[in-house]
Structure formats: structure tokens, C-alpha cells
Design a protein around this ligand. Structure first.
Ligand code: IVH
Length: 679
């Protein structure tokens, strides 16, 4: 049936189209710009409405619809995918001299050459195919000619546009291959591993393995929950659309179509500036959000690229300038066992110190018994160590040739090394756990977590201090922190009046934390900092959160059933109820500035979006925001077509001009105040 013949279906198609565009726009604001304009609840309503329409008109469902992002029923197996054009690999350079040789060889052809420099992202290369601007396929590289079809998983990645943006400067090609790298940011990688360890699952060795493992899931609902990112760096086949003459124009076009291009990418007009770029990228390596293993040098002119061609599947016009490996060998001298906040036992290799990439490494987590067994790590072994995913060192493998026969296999102890309670391994979990919740190690870690930055942020209450306080029986749980007094603290050895005074001030100052920090500080399993923020957006206070049931929680975007179960279990637990009551009695009263209620139909400004610009004279900006929100409105930082009102104070900025251009209502201060007073 064609949408044109039936007026109902035509109207549905129009609304569906509109909803998809709106959702794509808000996705970009949320994921790409980190600046959402609407609440999660409002976003969910858009998605819900789209789902309703699609249920009524299944013939209008397309693979590119955002309703398909959450993942679909699992596949039986992967199918092979023949790349429309081959995915090449890169020739490597190890030293700066290699880079000069590459350049000189190109010069010998009489060419003047400019280059594009790009980071060599250490993730999983994929090929995306768009037809008429719609994503129709996504596949792994495989051998370059044939890869695996992972379209169902690719669709779940927020950074992959399901439809190409129709930029003013770039027409959409009829057919287009986009090449790029699926990666996981180092911070997200650490979070993912922490959550996996807390849930008793095996952790990933590095971000690349995590990205690869996430992409090779038959069940795309699992992929959808992994923090995958995508950076585009090349196009393959391109039929139609404006002609692109240089790699630099390719990157600009990719950006205009809605892809993320790595911000480091730059032009270099000389070999010296290439080498300078290489050194500067190497120097920035540790600060980048994603793992990179080198820099890619590409001839900028596409016509020159075509002329140069490729040899042995490697283009003559590109070079991977590798960074020095961050691997060394050393010897495992000891394996310590740490007991974490959740009772999980973590074996830690204590190694002969070795310098890797400018940092001295002497400890590496061995994660759990399975990991030790799989790698067959023994005491006294010579091992290869690397720094992966930020600064966390990792034992890659044993060097068996260096074994003397005196190495000793290692088994985690049968009882907790701290409290002596029997250690258990629950079915389905990789971790061995001490199940004594009163175990001093767990108690200490819970308190440290509570007081740490990101949580209640109490300066002066780090691991050492907490340990002394627990050992002296001054505190048994995080709430006891608030019963500490100068007399009690001064009774401890090595405490001075000044440090005691500072600590008590810091404790007192922590009593009205932002709600999301308190939620994080509670140490609920599966609830990290970002999850805590999401919860604070949906629940005004702890009481409201404690009353939420699992169904309600699962309905929240980005919150899976495991986290929902963990949250409801936490608040049902009698010991936790007593603990929360104790916190309340101690005067802990969080404030919530993130809350955006799911039913913005209350209040005189319900659903209205405000932007404030310039200086207000009658109240502070914070106060104005608060008063807008308390009437059901919302404030955002930037003006867009979704903005309802722009409040212009004295000497307003460019936001005012933008509002005028978009025809948005502009309120001066007296009119704004009058609006606030309107019942
Ligand atoms: S261009 C002919 N650009 O490196 C062009 N590749 O050995 C080939 N890679 O499997 C790809 N960052 O996964 C290109 N900015 C970048 C890259 C990049 C990482 C990877 C890619 C590929 C491998 C090539």
C-alpha cells in the first residue's frame, strides 16, 4: 500500500516522519553535544508515541527508525558480508625516519604534497552502507573483502546516524560507504569493567576487546547497553552527492552528515609539520578520551591518492605511524588479595617495578581466579605487562620460556584474608566473595566510597583516615561519620587540632549534597555516577526513589533490568532502611537540581523551555532558574527552535540575536517577573 492513497496512513506517515526527525535531533543534543534540551521523560514520550504509531502502521516501520535502536531479537548466527569496495590496511612506520622515507618516496614522483593527520584509533574497524541517506548495513572488516554483518548491533550505537543529516553544504549521495572505528572511551571502559566486576562478570582486558566483544553479540539488546562510540574517517563507494576533492573535505562532509570526526584531525603542509603533529599527538596520548596506537598520515588530494594506488592491499598514499608499545616484561613477586566494597576478592600481582610509557608499574589487577587460570599465571612468573585503557596496568601473558620450574600456581584463599569468613562463589559470578557484610575491609571500602569525590566529597576522609577510624571503633558505617566529634578525633594518635577542625568542617559541609552524589555514595550495585544522575532527574528525593518499583525503573531510558533489580533490592533490605533512617536523623538532606518531573502538566510554565541571557537585576540567575523549574518549566543554555521564551537581562549576548532570528518570544525582566507571578 502506498502512503499516498489513504488519508489516515498519509497523516500517520507525516507524524512518524516528524517524530523521527525530532528524536534524531534530541539524540544529537544528548549524545553528541551533551546538552539535552528536553527531559528524559519528554524524550521517552516522543519515542513512545512513535512506537504507538508504528504498532498501528507496521508497514511504516523502517530499519532506520529510532525505535529499532534498543536492539532486536537475537540472531541465530552472523552472516558474511561482502564489502562493496575492499577495506584496505595500512603500511606501518615505527620511527620518525620511516615517516621521512615515506614522504621522500612520494616527493620523488615530483608531487607537492599536503597531508591530513588523524589519530589511529584502537577499536574495531567497520564499514557502513547508506542508501538514499539511510543506513542499510554495517559490517566488521574481516579480511578486508568479506566481514561479518553486524547491522543489528551497529544500529544501537548512538553515534551512528541512522539517517544522514541533510547539511546545507553536502548533498546526500545515493549510495555511500562510510568507514570508521567503533570504540569505547577509556572512562566508560573503566566504568563498564567496574560494573562487570561488581556484578561478578569477567572484565575486559582493554577498550578494544570490550568494543569488539560488544559488537559481536548475537543479541543486540546487549550491545545497546554498552557505551560504544563511533568515529568516521573515510568514505568508500560514493554515488552522487557533491564531489569531494580532498581527505579534508571528506572529513568535513562526514561531519555535515552527522558523524563524529576525531577532533585532533588536522592538515599538515610539510613533513616537518607531520612530525610535529606526531610528537604532539604522542604527548597528548594519555589525555585523550579514547585509546590510540598511533597517527595515520594521509595524502590530502584524492586525485593524487588515486594516482598512487595501492600495493599488497596497502595504499601508497597512507601510513600508520605507530606509537612505541606500552609493554614490558617483569616478574611477579607476590599476589595480594584485596577485599572490595561488595566483598569481592581481587587478586593483585605485585611485580618488580618496571617503567612503561613514562610511568613506573608495580601492581596489576589479575581480576579473578578464572583470569589467573586462563592465563596460567603463577607466582614467580616472568610476564608481559601493558598499560591499556588509561593507566591501569594489565598482565598480558606469561613468558613460558622463562620458567624455571619453581613457579607456584595460585589459588584464592578459602576464607576472607581480612575477617576469616568463608569465601563463596555464587553461581554465574566470576568473583569469589566474602559474604560477611560486617567484614572490616568491606566496611572501610563502603565508607571510603561514601566520602569520596563523586560521592559526599568529604576532604580528609580517604582510605588511611577511614581505616584508623574503623580500627579505633569510632565508626561502623558511613552514617557514623556524622557523629564524630573533636573529642573523639583528638583521642586518635597523630591528629592535630587543625586537621580535626578541617575534617569536622568538611563533614558538616557535606550535609546537603546534590541528590545524585548521595545516590552514588550509597554504593548501590550497578549504580555509577551517570546512572545516579539519571535517577536524580526522575526522582525528587531518596524517598521517591525508594518507592519506585522495578517496572517503573526499567521504563527509564538507559536503565536496564539488572540495575532496576539492584536498586529495588537495595531499598528493600532492612539493614539499608535502617542506614537511610540514620542518615536522615543525622541531618543529611540532599538537594535536587536535576529533577525534571515526568508529568510536566503541573505548574503555570509546564513544558515551557526558557533560555536566560544577560544580567538580571531583580534576582540571581540561579534563583530565576529555580523559579522557572518550580513552575514546571525548564531552562537550557542554548537557543533553538524548541525554545519557548528567551529572558533578556542587561547586556544580553548573541542568544538574543538568535532568538530574534528564530522568532522566539523575548521577555524583558519586568515581563518575566509578571509571568512568574501569573497563577
Ligand atoms: S584509514 C586505506 N584512518 O587502522 C585506509 N584507519 O591498518 C585504511 N584505523 O583497520 C583505513 N584509525 O581500523 C584509517 N584514522 C584512521 C584510522 C584507521 C584507526 C585502523 C583501521 C584499520 C587499520 C588499518
Amino acid at each position: 500500500m502506498s502512503a499516498g492513497n489513504d488519508p489516515d496512513i498519509a497523516a500517520a506517515a507525516a507524524r512518524i516522519e516528524e517524530l523521527r526527525e525530532l528524536i534524531a535531533y534530541h539524540n544529537r543534543r544528548y549524545y553528541r553535544l551533551d546538552d539535552p534540551e528536553i527531559s528524559d521523560a519528554a524524550y521517552d514520550r516522543l519515542l513512545g508515541e512513535l512506537r504507538d504509531w508504528e504498532e498501528r502502521y507496521p508497514e511504516l516501520v523502517t530499519a532506520a527508525s529510532p525505535t529499532q535502536r534498543v536492539g532486536a531479537a537475537p540472531l541465530e548466527k552472523f552472516t558474511a558480508f561482502s564489502h562493496p569496495s575492499p577495506m584496505l590496511s595500512l603500511a606501518n612506520a615505527i620511527t620518525e625516519a620511516d615517516i621521512r622515507v615515506f614522504h621522500n618516496r612520494l616527493l620523488a614522483g615530483g608531487n607537492t604534497i599536503s597531508y591530513v593527520l588523524e589519530p589511529k584509533l584502537d577499536g574495531v574497524a567497520v564499514n557502513l552502507v547508506y542508501e538514499g541517506g539511510i543506513l542499510v548495513a554495517g559490517a566488521t572488516r574481516g579480511d578486508g573483502a568479506v566481514g561479518e554483518d553486524v547491522t543489528h548491533n551497529i544500529r544501537t550505537i548512538a553515534g551512528v546516524p541512522l539517517t544522514l543529516a541533510d547539511g546545507a553544504t553536502t548533498e546526500i549521495p545515493a549510495r555511500l560507504e562510510v568507514r570508521g572505528e567503533v570504540v569505547i572511551a577509556t572512562a566508560a571502559f573503566r566504568r563498564l569493567n567496574r560494573e562487570r566486576e561488581e556484578a561478578g562478570e569477567a572484565s575486559f582486558a582493554n577498550p578494544r576487546n570490550a568494543a569488539a566483544g560488544s559488537l559481536r553479540q548475537l543479541d543486540s539488546r546487549i550491545t545497546a547497553r554498552r557505551p560504544l562510540d563511533f568515529f568516521a574517517y573515510a568514505v568508500g563507494i560514493k554515488e552522487g552527492g557533491a564531489e569531494l576533492k580532498t581527505q579534508w573535505e571528506v572529513l568535513a562532509a562526514l561531519k555535515a552528515w552527522g558523524f563524529q570526526v576525531h577532533p585532533f584531525a588536522r592538515l599538515a603542509e610539510s613533513i616537518e609539520s607531520c612530525l610535529e603533529g606526531y610528537r604532539s599527538l604522542l604527548a597528548q596520548r594519555e589525555e585523550l578520551n579514547h585509546e590510540i596506537d598511533g597517527m595515520v598520515l594521509k595524502v590530502n588530494e584524492l586525485s593524487l591518492q588515486a594516482e598512487l594506488g595501492s600495493i599488497f592491499r596497502r595504499p601508497r598514499w597512507a601510513l600508520a605511524c605507530k606509537f612505541p608499545a606500552r609493554q614490558e616484561t617483569t616478574v611477579i613477586e607476590r599476589i595480594d588479595v584485596q577485599v572490595g566494597r561488595t566483598g569481592a576478592l581481587t587478586p593483585v600481582a605485585i611485580m618488580r617495578p618496571v617503567r612503561i610509557g613514562g610511568v613506573t608499574v608495580s601492581r596489576a589487577s589479575l581480576h579473578n581466579q578464572d583470569e589467573i587460570d586462563r592465563k596460567d599465571i603463577r607466582l614467580g612468573d616472568t610476564v608481559v605487562v601493558q598499560r591499556a585503557g588509561d593507566v591501569i596496568p594489565e598482565v598480558v601473558k606469561v613468558v613460558p620460556g622463562r620458567r624455571t620450574g619453581r613457579e607456584m600456581p595460585f589459588l584464592l584463599p578459602a576464607s576472607c584474608p581480612v575477617c576469616g569468613t568463608a569465601v563463596v562463589r555464587l553461581p554465574g559470578e566470576a568473583a569469589h566473595r566474602c559474604i560477611n557484610i560486617a567484614c572490616p575491609a568491606q566496611v572501610k571500602e563502603r565508607i571510603v566510597h561514601f566520602a569520596a569525590r563523586g560521592g559526599m566529597d568529604i576532604e580528609g576522609l580517604g582510605g588511611k583516615m577511614v581505616s584508623r577510624l574503623v580500627d579505633a571503633a569510632l565508626i561502623k558505617d558511613p552514617a557514623d561519620i556524622y557523629s564524630l566529634t573533636a573529642v573523639k578525633l583528638l583521642a586518635l594518635e597523630r591528629t592535630g587540632e587543625k586537621s580535626v577542625g578541617n575534617l569536622l568542617l568538611a563533614i558538616a559541609a557535606s550535609k546537603n549534597p546534590p541528590l545524585e552524589k548521595l545516590i552514588f555514595a550509597l554504593g548501590i550495585r550497578q549504580v555509577g555516577e551517570s546512572m545516579a544522575k539519571i535517577l536524580a532527574r526522575h526522582y525528587l528525593g531518596l524517598k521517591e526513589l525508594a518507592d519506585a518499583d522495578a517496572d517503573e525503573l526499567t521504563a527509564i531510558r538507559d536503565l536496564g533490568p539488572e540495575a532496576a533489580g539492584s536498586i529495588t533490592r537495595f531499598f528493600r533490605e532492612p539493614a539499608n532502611k535502617r542506614f537511610l533512617a540514620k542518615l536522615e536523623a543525622a541531618g543529611i538532606a540532599p538537594v535536587n537540581s536535576l529533577y525534571s518531573p515526568s508529568s510536566p502538566t503541573v505548574g503555570s510554565l509546564a513544558g515551557k523551555i526558557f533560555v536566560i541571557t544577560g544580567t538580571l537585576t531583580g534576582m540571581t540567575r540561579e534563583e530565576a532558574k529555580h523559579r522557572i523549574e518550580s513552575r514546571g518549566g525548564k531552562t537550557t543554555e542554548s537557543v533553538s527552535k524548541n525554545t519557548h521564551y528567551v529572558v533578556a537581562g542587561a547586556s544580553p549576548g548573541s542568544k538574543l540575536e538568535k532568538a530574534q532570528a528564530l522568532g522566539i518570544s523575548i521577555l524583558d525582566e519586568p515581563t518575566f517577573f509578571a509571568l512568574l507571578e501569573t497563577p
